[in-house]
Design a binder for this molecule. Sequence first.
Ligand code: NAP
Length: 318
Amino acid sequence: MESKREYIYDVIILGAGPAGFSAAVFASRGCMKTALIDTNCFGGQPSNYLEIENYPGYLSSNSFELMEKFERHADKFGADKFPMTEIKRVNLTSEIKEIETSDALFKAKSIIIATGAAPKKLNIPGETEFKCRGVSYCAVCDGAFYKDKVLAVIGGGNSALEEAVYLTKFAKKVYIIHRRNELRADKIVKDRALNNEKIEFILNTVPTEISGSNSVEKIKLKNVNSNDIFELEVQGVFPYIGIEPNVDMFLGQLKLTSQGFIETDINMQTSIEGVFAAGDVRNTPLRQVITAAADGACSACSAVKYIEKSEYIKSAVN
Ligand code: NAP
């Protein structure tokens, strides 16, 4: 059997979104041999957004382009990059951490987890069956397929309302279906949706089933106050009901919050020495590009200090 290629780094960063890129800039600029690994394309969640208008210094920026700039910045300091890398096994508990892929074994003194989060599922009949046939979690990717169609967006947060407004560029009508009578979204985002003539809000209502033949044709809804069930004819359903952390590969090794996010202290230190977490994957009060980038910077500085301290102790003992 052919042996796997072995790579040895000071710092390995898992996840190449804003937190991961920022960590890569700070770790490699801090003279650490650094690698950035992602199971997907680089860019993280912002690559699927439209615009960012709350990243200081950029009055408005195309999110994809902003992530390209983050990546170029990491390149400038020489971080090695491994996109589209399927991870088979992660060992965080040994002193030298290991990440095994199908054809390589990566070893590192410190790991930064910046794997972000993924869209939460509605878990109702028809959601999985009609995925890519009318059910989509990415308005930017799929919105253009819905010219003059009627759509349902589920959720009352910033994502649901922003993406619903975006979808009105293509769709004839967009219903926003929210389980309460108060929206969670920020006022500026709420006002844009409320002032959009193509948007109709259906409040105190949850979806219970998505149906159709070849593609989505209907969504069944339930009013949570009256329990009345009714149906809407729609050709697309966009659930935007929040996110869940990408932590599957670390389960059983790290301490998580009750909601499944990685617990860290203010230095981004996790429950395992030498392992840090940054961005949406950790217990953070705010999930924005700016806070993910700040977490990334902090986690990399903590990793650098951890490595320098461990090496100092080793040299003192020897
Ligand atoms: P979110 O803020 O957690 O909102 C999720 C929405 O979905 C809430 O309105 C929630 O209802 C509803 N919901 C949750 N589970 C549901 C279920 N099973 N069935 C029906 N509805 C359900 O998530 P998000 O909008 O994806 O945003 C995630 C984070 O990114 C937030 O911190 C947000 O501020 C941030 N973000 C910021 C911007 C921006 O600043 N421009 C843009 C996008 C996202 P309840 O309100 O009743 O809980």
